[in-house]
Design a protein around this ligand. Structure first.
Ligand code: PLP
Length: 332
């Protein structure tokens, strides 16, 4: 701000930031994105999701969404007159049942939305998922919206299977990312979308009149931070330590841990403590124990209740310690 970057940024974003983004993605994934034609800086991941959906979904188009799903997908699809075709995933691994996906495909299927690492479950896509997805979209007029906002929060040496790694997928994909997640600065609300030029052209038609220009000084700041690749390459170990620390703590409580391969979310079962619905139990835990949790059923259209809660470990050590102590002492 003091350097005077206080006027409108270019519509697609500050050139230095677009360049840093494509340098990073192309280096990490061997892709070939172009800073001029294939990227747009957005006001966070949410805006990128909305803009991508509204750029391509027309009335009666079908969009396949895997649930539990982050809450901003379905409203955007419905607002565009599209039809949400949801497919429920089940704990503990929440793997995508690709044989059922095949059955959902019709000549109206416009888009498949994937999210890895996944909110709320902390699961990730594996190499065989990529194979299945590639086979399903091959020779079809189906696009992909890949929500990769947790791309660098992936643990145990696992690979993040970005769509950018696979030309047959990236040529039909919008990839959504968020500097909020990358730089522990969710309140800054800056993200981006990557797509091949023909899709980005459509994306920008919406972006131009929805947002036009994203916060200038923050974009210069993000570009500067991205010059140091440790800001993102060190993230997996930073958050893996928190995950491991939190899991050791939770193991001392009556809650049962589910796997966490990525994101900063840890799912737990509470069957040893209560038969209540996950919504009722979450409210009680928040009010009586003083630990705010999210019931997983709210991420399902049908409010499917597997009696699982989502906790977040992107917190200071003292906050995690306090939460663990409260959960150990909680007597329902
Ligand atoms: C899966 C997922 N996608 C997108 C977003 C939105 O990102 P942003 O805060 O940059 O809008 C979030 C934020 O929680 C998220 O969890």
């Amino acid at each position: 701000m003091k350097d005077g970057h206080n006027q409108y940024a270019p519509m697609a974003g500050v050139a230095a930031l677009r360049q840093q983004v494509v340098n990073k993605v192309n280096k990490l994934h061997g892709s070939n994105y172009d800073a001029e034609t294939d990227v747009c800086i957005t006001a966070g991941g949410t805006q990128a999701v909305f803009t991508a959906i509204s750029a391509v979904v027309n009335p009666n188009d079908e969009v396949i969404v895997f649930e539990p799903a982050f809450d901003c997908y379905a409203p955007a699809i419905k607002l565009m007159g599209g039809v949400v075709k949801s497919l429920e995933l089940t704990p503990p691994d929440y793997r995508i049942p690709w044989d059922l996906v095949k059955k959902l495909i019709t000549n109206r299927t416009k888009l498949i939305i994937i999210n890895s690492p996944h909110n709320p479950t902390g699961t990730i896509l594996h190499q065989d998922d990529i194979k299945e997805l590639s086979a399903i979209v091959k020779n079809q007029d189906i696009l992909i919206l890949s929500d990769e906002v947790y791309e660098h929060l992936i643990y145990d040496g696992q690979t993040h299977h970005s769509m950018a790694r696979y030309p047959e997928l990236s040529q039909r994909s919008f990839i959504v990312a968020s500097f909020g997640k990358l730089f522990h600065a969710t309140g800054w609300k800056v993200g981006y979308c990557l797509a091949p030029a023909y899709l980005m052209h459509e994306f920008k038609k919406v972006h131009q009149y929805l947002v036009f220009s994203v916060n200038s000084p923050m974009q210069y700041a993000m570009a500067k931070y991205l010059e140091d690749e440790r800001t993102y390459l060190d993230l997996p170990s930073f958050f893996q330590q928190k995950r491991d620390y939190f899991r050791v703590g939770i193991a001392q409580t009556a809650f049962e841990l589910l796997p966490c391969y990525g994101s900063y979310f840890q799912s737990v079962k509470y069957q040893n403590l209560s038969n209540e619905s996950d919504v009722d139990f979450s409210l009680r835990l928040t009010k009586e124990a003083g630990v705010a949790v999210i019931p997983t059923s709210v991420f399902y259209t049908q409010n499917t209740d597997h009696h699982i809660l989502r906790l977040c470990f992107a917190k200071k050590k003292e906050t995690l310690d306090e939460a663990i102590e409260k959960l150990i002492n909680f007597k329902p």
